[in-house]
Design a protein around this ligand. Sequence first.
Ligand code: ADP
Ligand code: GN1
Ligand code: MG
Length: 342
Amino acid sequence: MFENILPLYGLNSDKTTVKLFGDGLINHTWKVSTDDQNFILQKVNNDVFKSPGYIDENISLIKQYLDIKYPNYLFVSPVNALNGESLLDTDFGYYRLFPFVEGSTSHNSLTNKQEAYEAARQFGKFSRILAGFDAALLNITIPDFHNLKLRYQQFLEACNTADPSRLQASANEINFINANKNIVDTYCKIVDSKEIPLRVVHHDTKINNVLFDLGNNGLCIIDLDTVMPGHFISDVGDMMRTYLAEASEEETDLSKIVIRKDFYDAIYSGYMDEMKDVLTLKEKEYFNYAGKFIIYMQAIRFLTDFLQDDIYYGSRYEGHNFNRAKNQIALLKEYQKMKGSL
Ligand code: ADP
Ligand code: GN1
Ligand code: MG
């Protein structure tokens, strides 16, 4: 396949090395190296992104805006192929090629609170510099992506159609999700009464979507596929979900899921250092809710996938998505116990 794709970018496949790269769950990512340049090649998952062209249009619209308003901002966008297109629709799938950000690294977990600050600041900066961009211009790349009301309904449907053994195994987790439905009710209240505005939101602020330099300063954000109109709670919430505990969503020893309150404060400082003058007072009131919203939704998404035989996330071992759901439930319980949060 590479020998078919790389020449479309003018790269000689005999003179490049290609290595699988990163730990994303959705796309396929490779590092492509020539003698003098490195790239990131990605195959877009078009089961998840039904219209990959929408992503490409969004990235290009934002790039046009930033090129004028913030020309020094490091915005990582795909390079054009020889035919002038930045997304290739080929017999082998949809492909794009990014410049590799040299001297960058990404983490799957955070080891110190400064990293949380840096990452939150990068996502806050992205929202701040796009506060003047009309979010309604963006395509919806995944409809209802963070619609918690719908995710909850899909979870209830999955409970009705699941394989009986999987249903029985997850009885405690299903009870927990139902017992915490107030998190869905709050979401409905926020959205139905338009309490907080729609903004340009990244929707996937987990730590490996931030690139750091070798001194561990935040460089830029990547993985722009889910940049769409949304609510700031999506971005702040996914930071809470992925930065607060040292253990990642893959951890199966639940005793290792411990919230680091100082990391919460670091997320707050990093995000607010960029967004304090942009967020409304009402939005600020929902800062803590953001964590509940996303951790709960991710628990639902993993549990629903387990109940639906792992059709979305796939599974590397029996019960993988069930373990991920249990992990997220444990994280939510810890989050709910956290004292003194802002
Ligand atoms: P996915 O949608 O599957 O999560 P990402 O776009 O996040 O894919 O890419 C997966 C990983 O590849 C990232 O976590 C990061 O480590 C690395 N990566 C992606 N783009 C670049 C880039 N332009 N420069 C350097 N590393 C990158
Ligand atoms: C997926 O693509 P990736 O790995 O950054 C998912 C996120 C989930 C995350 C859980 C399009 O993110 O919504 O939070 O896995 N992306 C999509 O790890 O579903
Ligand atoms: Mg990613």
